[in-house]
Every structure is written in structure tokens, then in C-alpha cells.
Unconditional design. Structure first.
Length: 319
């Protein structure tokens, strides 16, 4: 049968992640940089999560969604950085076949979920600025939970068909992947059968999720910007725009890098894709806590209040 023939051809049990062969002598330095960045990413995003949960002033839909975006950043970097650091430091660069499929799946699932959640967050900004009288009534706790569940469901459904198709591909001899983690587009190219249909499905899925969510996010911001420009004073315009400026900055970083990598019928030069992947998996998660905290007055106020309480508790405990 065709299934038995496919199983007979599948001889690859592991893949070799080449990492950064063009700068091989600097790979340990890259590994150290990744290793240093990872705890900062965890600490920064956990700070956003803890502030959103602990400070009553942040019990609002905007910070609920920012909290979940921070969790996604933690999950995405955790799915990539520890394995990449281990491979670069040890020099083995090997990942098992199941491990590679698992990494591809979770990286794409978390990424797709994040982009749908960015649409939800932009909708929240739209409601807060363009429909302020209806905001508190419509954006209730139940709707926020439904939107969050919908984001995860959309990410899961988007990954189902591409994951099944990739998992059914046979891999015969080629197992060298010129990347520092398992990328689904490169994994497909290693198969020893015709993959045009799988590539098309993967490309269409990425295009629909990325460009579709970008279109809806851009539409929300068109209405937001139009509303801001119609405000009577410059101070009110600045104050209103600052409410969503952190989200807008995050949108530019996230969409720009992923569209460059995945929404293209044929890949750009691999080294460019790896540089953009570093931006998407390391730099953006590293910057997002600073974007969300330093550019947001309420988050800064909550951080100051939390620090003051911590100092008071510390003094009471040790006095």
C-alpha cells in the first residue's frame, strides 16, 4: 500500500540543525547571547503577567490581553531558545524527528495564536477609543474570555491540516537543516517526495493568518487614528494615542518579521531568514516588556506601586 511504502522510505530519525555555518567560529558567542537573553525575556514578561494579576488598576481588558501576549512570548521563546543554546554550546546540533515536528508545531501554533490575539487587542483599543460609551458594557469578562479562547482555537485549527500533511511526509536521506531551530518550510523541502501541495497549503495558511489578521488590525487602527485626529486638543490626542502605542509598536515588530519569513512563495536567502527569525524569537520578546511597561503610564504607575509595597513589606519583615 501507499502508506506502507511511505513507511519503508522513512529512514531519517533525526535532523541536524546547522545553526550559523557562515559564522561558525562565533556560534558560542551567539549561544551565550541567547542564554543571557532568555532569563531577561522570562523576567520581563513574567513582570507584566504578575503586575496584571496583582494590581487592581490593571484589571481591564487591555491588560488582560497584554498579560496573555506576555505568556505567549514566554512559550514561544521557551520552545526555541533552550534547545538552540544546547545545540550551539555542545556542537551536536541534533534534534530527533519527533522533537523537530513538535517544535515546528508549537512554534507555529503559538505564533498563529499570537497574531489572532493581536487582532483582539486592536479591537479592544478600537472599542476603548472609538466606542467609549459602550466599552465597559460590551468588553466584559465573559467576552474577554471568549475572545481569548477563540484566539487559541483559531491557532489550533490553522495548524491542524499543515501539521498532518507534514507529519505524513517521508524523509529518506537529507536531514541537514540550515537553521537554528526546526522551521516547517525548510522541513518540507527535506522530504524525498513531491511537496508542492504541502508547500501550497502551508503558504496559504500563513498568508491567511498573517495577512488576514494584519488587515483586521490595520482596519482597527485606521478607525482609531481617524478618531484621534478628530479630538479637539493636542494633549488629548497624545494621551489617547499613548493608550495603544505600545500595542502598535509590537504589531509592527511582529508582523514585519513574520511576513518577511513566511508569506512568500519562494524563500529569501536563508541567512536573511535566520536573522529575521532571531528578531522574531529573541529581540521582539526581549523588547516587548520594555515597550509595554516604559511606554505605558498605567503600567509604570502599577510597577512603582508594586515596588513601594514590596519595600514596605521587606522593612516590616526585617525590622
Amino acid at each position: 500500500s501507499a502508506g506502507a511504502e511511505m513507511m519503508n522510505h522513512t529512514s531519517v530519525t533525526e535532523f541536524l540543525l546547522l545553526g550559523f555555518p557562515s559564522v561558525h567560529h562565533q556560534e558560542r558567542l551567539i549561544a551565550v547571547a541567547l542564554l543571557a537573553s532568555y532569563p531577561v525575556i522570562l523576567a520581563g514578561n513574567l513582570l507584566i503577567v504578575s503586575l496584571s494579576l496583582a494590581e487592581r488598576d490593571l484589571y481591564r481588558p487591555m491588560y488582560f490581553f497584554l498579560c496573555n501576549l506576555a505568556c505567549l512570548e514566554i512559550f514561544i521563546t521557551t520552545s526555541i531558545i533552550p534547545k538552540a543554546v544546547g545545540n550551539l554550546l555542545t556542537g551536536s546540533k541534533v534534534i530527533s524527528y519527533p522533537g523537530c515536528l513538535t517544535q515546528c508545531y508549537f512554534y507555529s501554533l503559538l505564533g498563529y495564536t499570537e497574531f489572532v490575539l493581536l487582532v483582539v487587542t486592536s479591537y479592544d483599543c478600537y472599542m476603548a477609543i472609538c466606542q467609549p460609551l459602550q466599552y465597559s458594557m460590551l468588553m466584559n469578562r465573559q467576552l474577554c474570555l471568549q475572545l481569548l479562547l477563540g484566539s487559541w482555537t483559531a491557532g489550533f485549527l490553522a495548524m491542524t491540516v499543515p501539521t498532518v500533511l507534514v507529519a505524513r511526509l517521508p524523509f529518506c536521506k537529507a536531514n541537514h537543516m540550515d537553521h537554528f531551530f526546526c522551521d516547517s518550510t525548510l522541513l518540507i523541502k527535506l522530504s524525498c517526495v513531491e511537496t508542492q501541495m504541502v508547500e501550497l497549503v502551508t503558504f496559504m495558511t500563513s498568508s491567511i493568518i498573517l495577512l488576514g489578521s494584519l488587515g483586521m488590525t490595520a482596519l482597527s487602527y485606521l478607525y482609531i487614528i481617524n478618531t484621534i485626529f478628530r479630538l479637539p486638543s493636542a494633549s488629548s490626542r497624545h494621551k489617547t494615542f499613548s493608550t495603544c502605542s505600545s500595542h502598535f509598536t509590537f504589531v509592527i515588530l511582529g508582523y514585519g518579521s513574520c511576513i518577511f519569513m513566511y508569506v512568500q512563495p519562494s524563500s529569501h536567502h536563508v541567512s536573511y531568514n535566520k536573522a529575521v527569525a532571531l528578531l522574531n524569537t529573541v529581540v521582539t520578546p526581549l523588547m516587548s516588556p520594555f515597550i509595554f511597561s516604559l511606554r505605558n503610564q498605567q503600567m509604570r504607575d502599577a510597577l512603582k506601586a508594586g515596588l513601594k509595597r514590596s519595600v514596605v513589606i521587606f522593612r516590616q519583615h526585617f525590622s
